[in-house]
Write a protein that binds this ligand. Structure first.
Ligand SMILES: [Zn+2]
Length: 424
């Protein structure tokens, strides 16, 4: 009897629960088109490999006490990437770039740059070892998929700025052996390898220098991707000609959408397609939209420049100070951030000009990247949502979010194998 009563009450509860479920399921049927679309986008975002090719997080990793296993508040700390936020944003893989700012180009400067670069690379490796339950060091294209299957984030290593190579070609192999799989030839100022798109003094080598061409050949031999972001236009054209393997732009946008020297012209985008390479779209406001009028910033910048000597007369240190002062003015008089719609406009354009096989994502978190809606690693799914809203299919989104870059990476390795088996 007791047992019966027990069964009865069990069924009563079940019925109540079922009724509850029905009630709960009703609003599901009346889900708005928008809600259904977001749900679909999030499912796609979960299924595809999401790979971000550019984050300057090693700069944070070498800070004493900075813990990648801890979730940081971006508004308080400025930090945009840590492992908990990669999980939240369902970002499966990332290239952490060891970034060394351009400084004096002599033996002392080169030695300091190399030491700092190795320190950052070692900090990435140590971090993957300390957090082996959530991430893994990735060296080859398929590692990203293997780690994703294990439920872990794939951590790749790149170098932003070829400055730490100094004048010693052997350093390229040293970095490769440490796990480096792309090198951005140059950064904001010219170096011994190549000209920068943003050096106030203009061109120095007319693109890639003679030493730079040897570095490109060595990268081809080893299987390191050649990254032309930050290079001036001639660097792009030289790299296309010199490299035996397809090239990448790890974080660059489309110049005909937003006029900026760091962005790529339509002609470059078309050549990138012919080359089989890929342009990784970056979430930097100034590369995504023309900054809206900002009178306070303009007059403060003009006042600052009026008290400075001409750029040509400045030492490297003084130029660094000037850039820092301009940066702090921008922080004081901020412009509204670009939006995820701006980012998708660039993707639409690159797809139209170069095709769906030649665009990817490289957010530049911890290096200035972060827009409204994609402010840090925890929000990258908003890119997928916008792409789904614009009619991109899962297959196309899979290419954008990682498939294209992995394809290029594989070809780069294959070319290296061929070079090594037929040394000329
Ligand atoms: Zn950069």
């Amino acid at each position: 009897m007791n047992k019966l009563r027990h069964s009865f009450s069990f069924f009563s509860i079940l019925l109540v629960l079922m009724a509850g479920c029905k009630e709960k399921s009703e609003p599901q049927e009346s889900k708005t088109e928008e809600e259904q679309l977001v749900e679909k986008a999030l499912e796609i975002h979960k299924r595809v490999l999401t790979l971000d090719t550019h984050a300057d997080t090693p700069l944070r990793m070498i800070e004493p006490g900075f813990d990648m296993a801890e979730r940081h508040n971006p508004n308080e700390t400025g930090s945009k990437v840590d492992y908990p936020r990669m999980v939240e944003g369902d970002l499966d893989a990332i290239f952490f770039a060891a970034f060394v700012a351009q400084d004096i180009r002599d033996d002392d400067g080169n030695t300091r740059a190399k030491t700092l670069c190795l320190q950052m690379i070692d900090s990435v490796i140590a971090s993957t070892q300390r957090n082996a339950d959530v991430v893994g060091l990735a060296l080859n294209p398929d590692d990203a998929y293997a780690l994703e299957k294990e439920g872990k984030r794939a951590i790749y290593i790149g170098i932003e700025n070829g400055y730490p190579i100094g004048k010693d070609l052997a350093n390229v192999e040293l970095y490769f052996n440490k796990g480096v799989r792309y090198i951005t030839l140059v950064h904001s100022s010219n170096n011994d390898l190549a000209d920068s798109a943003t050096d106030e003094l203009g061109t120095e080598h007319g693109g890639i220098s003679e030493f730079g061409s040897k570095v490109v050949a060595e990268m081809n031999r080893l299987g390191i991707m050649v990254d032309v972001s930050h290079g001036n236009d001639s660097v792009f054209y030289d790299a296309i000609k010199m490299s035996k393997a397809p090239i990448i732009a790890s974080h660059s946008n489309a110049r005909s959408v937003t006029k900026h020297d760091r962005n790529m012209t339509d002609e470059m985008l078309k050549l990138m397609a012919e080359n089989g390479g890929v342009v990784q779209l970056t979430m930097l406001s100034d590369y995504l939209r023309m900054p809206p009028p900002n009178v306070a910033l303009d007059s403060a910048t003009a006042a600052l420049k009026a008290n400075m000597k001409p750029v040509e007369e400045m030492t490297l240190e003084e130029r660094g100070e000037m850039r820092k002062a301009i940066r702090s003015l921008r922080e004081k008089y901020p412009a509204p951030l670009a939006t995820v719609q701006h980012a998708a406009d660039h993707i639409d354009h690159i797809v139209k000009v170069a095709g769906i096989d030649h665009v990817g994502i490289g957010c530049d978190f911890d290096g200035g990247g972060g827009i409204q809606g994609v402010f840090d690693a925890s929000e990258v799914m908003n890119i997928t949502i916008e792409l789904v809203k614009r009619g991109y299919t899962e297959e196309e989104i899979e290419k954008i979010w990682g498939g294209n870059l992995i394809r290029v990476f594989k070809v780069v390795q294959k070319v290296a194998e061929e070079i090594q088996s037929n040394p000329s």
